[in-house]
Design a protein around this ligand. Structure first.
Ligand SMILES: [Zn+2]
Length: 319
């Protein structure tokens, strides 16, 4: 099965519309119309390429944490914070009890799912990552903040399932940034996915798997979605021992590189991965969201990926 991690590049007209909206030149309604147009184009593209599990492309989202913080009660936004070098950005700040007052991602999920017969993934940012990438000026400790967010994100996941999502992904890229807090991330995930019957997935990236394996198997999800292409599949050996116990989505496209992968190279990597993970538990996708690539690069990379999977399937004689 082929899928993607979540974000697609935004078309130029939407990039412009987002900046026009920020400076008050267009209304929320006009922006939403263009987000829906971009979502429909994104769904059509994925169908045409032949992906199995689709995404809405996250056309209404900017930063994966700020998007949720802005839509919940309890958050403010900081002044400019310096990140790498001379880049500045604004970071969410927890200033009072966090509360999700209404569904955040459900409307766009429903719209995207209404456009296609194929399953569309519901995708949310996990509580551990939202807390880690925000300032907390309210809760006495990180545990308080993460657990409060876990309860709120659980409501979002329940609503996505209620809206028909058969696959729900909880992104937790921050897990790898503090290996000493893995217990907290595991405890939070249990709350987020409690009672959910849809297939649950966690996408984790940026990390050294060796430090976190096998503890990440304790995350309460059915599938882990990890990056491999970026490290040239050097990580693969870690997962032989102890045995991997979940489904795995294997990143075969390096989203940080503008170079389009060669089909034969992707096929070789898939075969290498199938030497470690049983074929029935394997999904193939890019390492991470595609929003940093140009639309042309994203499309070309995905075509190579889908073609590679198709050929490996044929060669192995599997469905
Ligand atoms: Zn990622």
């Amino acid at each position: 099965m082929t899928t993607t991690v979540g974000s697609f590049p935004k078309p130029d007209y939407l990039v412009k519309a987002r900046s026009d909206f920020a400076s008050g030149k267009i209304s929320q309604e006009e922006l939403t119309q263009l987000e829906k147009k971009a979502t429909e184009e994104c769904i059509r593209l994925q169908e045409e390429i032949g992906l199995d599990i689709l995404v809405d492309g996250e056309m209404e989202r900017g930063d994966m944490v700020t998007f949720f913080a802005e839509k919940m009660r309890g958050f403010g936004i900081s002044g400019l914070v310096r990140s790498y070098g001379n880049r500045y950005y604004r970071k969410p700040v927890v200033i009072s009890e966090v509360r999700r007052e209404k569904p955040i991602t459900v409307q766009m999920f429903e719209y995207a799912q209404s456009l296609t017969e194929k399953p569309v993934k519901g995708i949310v940012t996990g509580p551990y990552t939202i807390c880690s990438w925000s300032f907390d000026e309210y809760y006495p400790d990180r545990r308080g903040c993460v657990m409060a967010l876990a309860k709120e994100m659980h409501k979002e996941v329940v609503d996505l399932e209620g809206a028909g999502a058969r696959y729900i992904q909880i992104d937790e890229p921050a897990i790898f940034t503090r290996p000493d807090e893995i217990d907290l991330a595991i405890e939070a995930m249990k709350i987020v996915t409690e009672g959910i019957e849809a297939k649950t997935i966690s996408h984790i990236c940026y990390g050294d798997f060796a430090v976190m394996y096998p503890r990440i198997l304790d995350l309460a999800v059915d599938q882990l979605d990890l990056e491999f292409a970026n490290s040239d599949f050097a990580n693969l050996e870690i997962f032989r021992q102890p045995k991997f116990t979940k489904e795995i989505a294997i990143g075969v496209l390096d989203v940080h590189s503008h170079i389009v992968e060669k089909k034969d190279e992707v096929k070789a990597n898939i075969r290498k991965a199938l030497g470690v993970f049983p074929v029935e538990s394997v999904y193939i996708d890019p390492d991470c969201g595609l929003k940093t690539r140009t639309p042309d690069e994203a499309e070309a990379k995905l075509r190579v990926m889908v073609e590679a999977v198709k050929e490996v399937r044929e060669e192995l004689g599997v469905e």
